[in-house]
Design a protein around this ligand. Sequence first.
Ligand code: FAD
Length: 565
Amino acid sequence: MTTGTATRSATTNGVGLDQETLTLMLASLRDFVDAALPIERRLELDHDDVCPEEVVRAMCGDQLGVQLVFVPEAYGGFGGGAFDSYRVCECLAHIDIGLATSVFATALGSDPVVIGGTEDQKSDWLGRIAEQGVLFAYGATEPDAGSDLGALRTTATPVASDGQVTAYRINGRKQWISNGGIADLYTVLALAPGGPTWFVLEKGMPGFTTAKPEDKHGIRLSNTTALFLDDVLVPAANVVGLIEGNGLVQAQQVFGYTRLMVAAFGLGGGWEALNRAIAYSQTRVQGGTPLARKQGYTHKLIVAHAARLEAARAFVEETATRVDAGEGVDGGLNTEGAIAKYMATEAGNAAADAAIQAHGGYGYTREYVVEKIKRDVRITTIYEGTSEILEMTIARDRWQRHLKTMGEHYRAAARAAAALGAGVGGDAAALALDGLAAVLESCRVGRLTRNQHVLLRLGELIAHGECAASLARRASAAANGTLPPKADRRFDPDALAAISRVYARDAAQKVVSDGMRWVAGALPAGDPAVPALAEALRLDAVRAAQAGLLDDLDHVADVLYARAS
Ligand SMILES: Cc1cc2nc3c(=O)[nH]c(=O)nc-3n(C[C@H](O)[C@H](O)[C@H](O)COP(=O)(O)OP(=O)(O)OC[C@H]3O[C@@H](n4cnc5c(N)ncnc54)[C@H](O)[C@@H]3O)c2cc1C
């Protein structure tokens, strides 16, 4: 029996799709959905709150076969790695995040099996995804157990025969389950005597019913329902891994991977909205010239968001590469998954909001689509870990690193970033990381993380600082021709360097000003730690690093609008 602490990609030895297959899959995806569900139809379905189940099944079945990307080769899939899955998820999100959620629910729902299933269970359930295109749903959340899954109340009571446990009776309720009303198979987390445990349930089992779909703010093309479990008799063979009590660990182990996929939804939604705003502003004339020619418009509503999205992408791509190299085993990249999701989904949400603003009154109507994208992308900061839970995850982990290394963790990271050079934003990223080291140290000395708010704000600053360094590395790799082969290549090395310089300045400014604010805000008036921190934060250097910012913003705007600088 394989207890399988492996990640999806590690189960395929990090091989993943070849580039040609990935490129073909991305192109087929867009063509298929554009033909099956043109944008006008998607807007109707959104308005009517209907999940196009037949299209989801066609996408996850013989007609398109997108589900094969998420299934390891050994079980009939293509064995896509995290990098492949991120590219596919972003592509899906450009089209519709509701549809993306429905497709991804099968990957999410089968993850406990990939991670913890026995060989026979994998062959059976993963094989059915690959061969029959069955849809999965992932049933973890309950009415009173959301962020805190440890509070789950659904129970699994063993049924014994001749002293052997042959089945379990499951009782409880699951809430907000994607594909809840349309799935064929369900992974359900329930409390067995040995602890939280995943069970695989089949649609139609006696006692298993679903509620009517939720009337949601967004992702209205995705089916979301509650699940009712009343004395559902489930064979003991359907316990994932055949061992009780591993459920929460198995749920945790996949976060490095699954959160990257939701991060990709943030990138897809955010960029789709920005692309629409870019196109709109080239034809919309106000005050005699197109909006695209107005710096106060482009730099606030377009460029700043493009930089944030690309900083998040850098972190997503780095983490996906590490997952594919096998580093994510045993939940080893959970914090990285959290940073990627937090940054990409917050950036996507902010970009979609800016895209409505960029369209003025037209953006507030359904016809221009950005309104729908904004509602759709909003979910990404809630499911698969809310932004606040992610801030906590990030802060706790990096706080431990700060303590264990006696403050050296971010100082070393700052030296590495500075070595990349100012041309790719390495100097400003280094200021952000040095600033983090100083702020964390002030918090340690003043014992300020006793305030949960300070701890979570540190999580935010850490995520910005780490993404600035990641984007500088990506810009440097682009300049050296060493980007991963499957990396997104929208921007050339010169543009990526300018984007990185813009973002790194922003991150440095944010770390020093917000960091100072929370430290000063948590200490009594006149505390000497505050002026000491001001000195350690190198405010003069951060100010000096802002020189040239307007030129870089102009340059990035020119790139986005494909015009000569
Ligand atoms: C459309 C949709 C689809 C979904 N799909 C699925 C699915 O397929 N499968 C599934 O299992 N679940 C699914 N979910 C559930 C989703 O994962 C949860 O909604 C999410 O984890 C948050 O849980 P909650 O809603 O109970 O909010 P809560 O946990 O009650 O959180 C409410 C607020 O309090 C904050 N908060 C919570 N705890 C803390 C804390 N300790 N400190 C500070 N702040 C805190 C949160 O950040 C949030 O802002 C879906 C939800 C939606 C809306």
